[in-house]
Design a binder for this molecule. Structure first.
Ligand SMILES: C[S@@+](CC[C@H](N)C(=O)[O-])C[C@H]1O[C@@H](n2cnc3c(N)ncnc32)[C@H](O)[C@@H]1O
Length: 441
């Protein structure tokens, strides 16, 4: 017997409520998808993502329209109103259908007593049109703390950065250099009627004109291409991989960059992929299997080197550090609802801990690339400044590239500067001569 399905907007409201309660869209959406008809699944995704993307702006409007806040136990009705306001402001669905369906959904959620209020709020919203908020956090739909912090950090760029965060992201591929080349794959895409073009900066990148399901991509299941944003692809180009090297990908799951290292490096690299999440490690294996590549995998806290390191120094280390994700908000708009200002300080301490611990595993003359998908200096060039103060034998290698900007202590990309994600990169080289003996003795 087919599972009973629920109305699309009811499930969308429940997904938004789950995010407000602390779940990510990645956690809340899959169970929501099981509760709607298959034909509604992509609409559920669009409603959930759109409602999170515009939540702060829509909620500011809603707060003004409600004479007093709804009770905590009626949170789902507030989410239902957010979903409806998102549709009124950003969809082509007829206004009267949005309003009627939302009132009906309010009843079906067992809140008959709120149906009149829902109807009144939405009719007023329809009649008045969308207000134009003055406050930038409302206008650009970000939490106030994030808006203030980015305005302070990037006085020239914060507004275009926040605007870019509200754009739907492009779908970008990385061609598997061990199986094909970019020109040949572009030709295959053209034959499959998938318009695309080469990315300007990443040598194996292809950006699709429109996102498409991966099973439509030629040879995807045989590992000829992977989905990876151009900014993420640039990490591998900074590693300067050479034959015979021992390479560590320290925070590796789900293995996007491990795959890129193995595809683009010499055949005889010895690659270790580490992650502290046992749940995410199988994703690395699945990704490498699809690409026809292999690495040594381990579950461990990268910062606890005594628990996983055999004492043999690495020639190259990629530390793609856990971070706020503030550079990938357009892909994960729930970050705006989930992150708290205090998280940034805690993340920065963790990033510095990982960098300091991994430094001891780097060979003399070896290179470590520190990267985050963050746009907060606290997680980026300030980590490098702090690290260089405590580690005088570390030398920063300037990144000579036609993309991003030099912060003096690393290179920062903003989202939307040419349609890649926001990312930070720093290349560090180890110049001391006797440190490894001290570490291993
Ligand atoms: C930015 S994601 C890595 C993405 C990955 N490099 C890729 O390209 O597919 C950060 C990863 O760090 C892992 N992580 C967080 N803290 C860690 C730690 N102390 N040691 C090792 N891995 C950690 C998380 O589980 C997460 O998978």
């Amino acid at each position: 017997m087919a599972a009973r399905t629920q109305p699309l907007r009811v499930v969308a409201a429940e997904v938004v409520t789950a995010v407000l309660d602390g779940q990510s869209l990645g956690q809340a959406l899959p169970s929501g998808q099981q509760r709607v008809a298959p034909s509604d699944q992509s609409a559920l995704q669009a409603l959930s993502f759109g409602s999170c993307r515009w939540y702060h702006r829509l909620n500011a409007e809603l707060t003004r329209r409600l004479r007093k806040p709804l009770r905590r136990k009626d949170q789902v009705i507030q989410s239902l109103l957010i979903v409806a306001l998102f549709q009124l402001r950003h969809s082509h669905q007829a206004d009267h259908a949005i309003i009627n369906e939302t009132v009906e959904a309010c009843r079906s959620l067992g809140r008959r007593q709120l149906a009149g209020l829902v109807n009144g709020v939405l009719r007023a919203a329809q009649r008045d049109g969308e207000p134009a908020p003055d406050a930038p956090d409302e206008r650009l739909s970000h939490p106030l703390w994030m808006t203030d912090k980015l305005r302070h950090n990037w006085p020239e760029d914060w507004e275009s950065l926040l605007t870019a965060n509200n754009q739907p992201p492009p779908m970008t591929l990385r061609v598997n250099a061990k199986r094909t080349d970019r020109e040949a794959y572009l030709e295959e895409l053209a034959q499959a009627d998938i318009p695309a073009r080469a990315t300007p900066f990443a040598p194996y990148g292809i950006q699709l004109d429109q996102p498409c399901p991966v099973d439509r991509l030629p040879g995807f299941n045989n590992g000829r291409a992977s989905v990876q944003d151009e900014a993420a692809q640039l990490c591998t180009t900074l590693l300067d991989l050479q034959p015979g090297q021992r390479v560590l990908d320290a925070c590796a799951a789900p293995g996007g960059k491990t795959g890129a290292i193995l595809e683009q490096g010499p055949d005889d690299l010895s690659v270790t992929a580490l992650d502290d999440s046992a749940d995410r490690l199988p994703r690395i294996r699945e990704n490498l299997d699809r690409l026809g590549l292999s690495a040594r995998l381990a579950v461990a806290d990268a910062g606890a080197t005594d628990q996983w390191w055999d004492g043999q120094p690495f020639d190259r280390i990629l530390l793609d550090a856990p971070c706020s994700g503030s550079g990938v908000i357009r892909r994960h708009p729930d970050i705006k609802l989930l992150r708290r200002e205090d998280d940034i300080k805690a993340l920065a301490e963790e990033q510095l801990r990982l960098l300091s611990a991994l430094w001891d595993t780097l060979a003399v003359g070896g290179r470590l690339v520190y990267a985050t998908c963050s746009v907060f200096p606290q997680e980026n060039h300030r980590i490098i400044q702090r690290f260089l103060r405590q580690q005088p034998q570390a030398r920063l290698v300037p990144i000579d590239a036609p993309w991003g900007r030099d912060t003096g202590d690393g290179h920062q990309l903003f989202p939307g500067d040419g349609s890649h994600d926001g990312f930070f990169y720093a290349c560090l080289v180890r110049s001391d001569s006797n440190h490894n003996q001290a570490v291993t003795s």
